[in-house]
Structures are given as C-alpha cells and as structure tokens.
Design a protein around this ligand. Structure first.
Ligand SMILES: [Zn+2]
Length: 335
C-alpha cells in the first residue's frame, strides 16, 4: 500500500441465527473477527410478528455498532430452521417456531429504517458455510456438515459452494425414512426418518423402547426425568442399556453417512450439535469400523470425520454475506 493511500474501512457483516429458544447475532469482519455478539430469547409463542420485530431490533443495534466501529456494513445473513427458500426469502414449516409460512426477508426488510441486503439459508446450510470459512473445514472444498441435536440437519459444500437443490431443500438428511413401515412417526409427517433415531429425542425414544423390552440391565428409569442429558451421562458411566441405545443411533448414523459418502465422496464429515459432539468419538469409531463394508474404498479412503469448530451459529449466518459477495465478484470477473 502506498503511503498516500488511506486505509479503507473494514468490511462488516451481520449474522443472525434464529433458533427456537434464542436469537443469536454477531457483527463480524471478513476475517471472522467478532466485534459484537448478542442473544435474546425467541419466545415463538408470541407469534411471528413479535419475533420479526426482535430480529429487526437486533439488526438496528448492530448497524449502530458497525457505524461506531467505522466499518462498511455489506448486509445481513440469517440462518433459519424449517424449509427455507433462499430465492424468495421464505421459511415454511418451521415446526419449532410454530411458523407455517413466513416471508422472512421481506418482513425484516420492511421493519428496517436503513435498507440493507439480507440473505437467508436453512440454519444447517449456514453452519456448513461457517465451518468452511472459519471452522473445521477451512480449505476443504468438498464436505458435509451434520448437526445432531434436537433434530438432524445437514449442509453440503461442493466445489466450495453450498448445494441448495432446485428448491433450496437439498441436504434434508434428517428426513430420509430408513424404516417407513415400522419406524416411529416423525414431526415431519413421515415415519422412520433418520431423525427419529439420530437426534436427542431419537436417542431418548430408543432408550424408552429398550426399557419396556427389559433387554439390558440399567440404572435408567422411564419414570424419572429422562432426557438427552441424562442418557448421555448414563452412556459416559457405561450403563449397558444406554450403550445399547447408542449403538442403534450409531448404526443409523453410519447408514446415513454411507449414503452420503457413496453419493458425494466428501473429504470431510463435520459433526456439530450438542448430541453430535457429546457422542462424537463413539460415532467415529462405529463409522471407521463399518464404512469399509458399505461403500467403495475409493469413496472414503481420504475421508475424515471431525467435530465442529464453530462456537457461535450466528457466525455461519454472517458467512452468507461473504459468500454472496464472493459470488458477485466472480460474476463481475466473468464479464
Ligand atoms: Zn421426518
């Protein structure tokens, strides 16, 4: 840089992760430096309008902070649950929010005093981008993110870009039915989805079934507080029934990953989500043991399964802004 040049203002992005319990937001630089990080409760029972008001209020606050940092704010990225159409900016069937259909981008934009571009993606797509830019998949052009928590979601990065599918619904890995006849009913309306086994509620449901079958000795009881945390503690303590339930979860997980690997030949599988990280070692051991029997060696010989390194989901949402900026630059370069 020449001596006469004045340093240009830092480029900034706002990221918002809309979750069922909290709305997390960040103001970040292009290198991933977090200037501000906030969160507020979602309280979706108030209805969509109140939640949208809160999202707009968070953005307004972060716009002010961007000005205070003398940065140049490029836009807002939002990660949302449900079926997200990034082209029309809509969210449908977000069960945990109680949203049937909300045109999220339009609704937030009408609430902003200062107009700003807004990009929206399914939360797990945003998480995948976050891992790519600043997490466990930096420098990796082909990988799949799997978030295992209260549900099971995925995000696919191929050639360094998100795979969205025709309607933005690619990577709906949680709602592939492994057992559409005998499986448990899923919140999506199908039966036997992977998510009915590979998720916190899925693990607990397997434990409940094994308890009624009385097939294993255990200290767990159907009467007490039986939730994901309790079951994970029992797994760590070596409880035979909890370990048997974990085996079922790991088996379904391995089946899903085998399909993913056979289909996409990713270099990495990045595991996120509370349950995914808690049982990561077990899932990886099971995968290493079983994958050679399920897919060609050529598809997985260089595969690595790694834990997520993104601490704040709003960081992934902010990456939507950098990704859109990069795309626009590439388009400009084509001309
Ligand atoms: Zn389902």
């Amino acid at each position: 840089m020449g001596r006469s040049e004045v340093s240009s203002p830092a480029l900034l992005a706002i990221g918002i992760d809309l979750g069922a319990t909290k709305i997390a937001s960040v103001l970040v630089t292009a290198s991933g430096e977090v200037l501000e990080a906030r969160h507020c409760p979602t309280l979706p029972q108030r209805g969509p309008a109140a939640v949208l008001d809160d999202i707009a209020a968070e953005i307004h606050y972060l716009i002010e902070r961007a000005q205070a940092h003398r940065g140049m704010l490029l836009g807002v990225g939002i990660g949302s649950p449900g079926q997200v159409n990034p082209v029309e900016g809509s969210v449908r069937n977000a069960v945990n929010l109680g949203w049937h259909e909300v045109f999220l981008v339009r609704e937030v934009q009408t609430r902003l005093v200062t107009p700003l571009p807004i990009w929206i993606e399914k939360d797990t797509n945003a998480a995948a981008l976050g891992e790519y830019y600043w997490g466990a998949a930096q420098g990796c052009e082909d990988f799949v993110f799997l978030g295992i928590g209260s549900g099971l979601g995925g995000g696919i990065i191929a050639h360094g870009d998100l795979v969205r599918g025709a309607d933005g619904n690619a990577a709906e890995v949680g709602h592939i039915a492994l057992d559409p006849v005998h499986g448990r009913m899923c919140a999506c309306g199908l039966r036997g989805c992977v998510e009915t086994v590979v998720s916190g509620p899925g693990l607990v449901a397997v434990v409940r079934r094994l308890l009624t079958e009385r097939a294993y000795p255990t200290r767990l009881s159907a009467e007490g507080e039986l939730d994901t945390h309790v079951v994970v503690q029992a797994i760590m303590a070596g409880d035979p029934l909890a370990l048997a339930a974990l085996e079922e979860v790991a088996a379904a997980f391995t089946t899903l990953v085998a399909f993913i690997v056979g289909l996409l030949n990713p270099a990495r599988i990045v595991i996120g989500g509370g349950l995914g990280l808690a049982i990561f070692d077990h899932l990886r051991a099971r995968l290493q043991r079983d994958l050679p029997r399920r897919v060609l060696l050529a598809s997985h010989q260089n595969l690595r399964m790694v834990p997520s390194q993104l601490e704040n989901p709003a960081l992934g949402a902010a990456c939507l802004v950098w990704q859109a900026t990069r795309r626009a630059e590439m388009k400009g370069g084509d001309q």
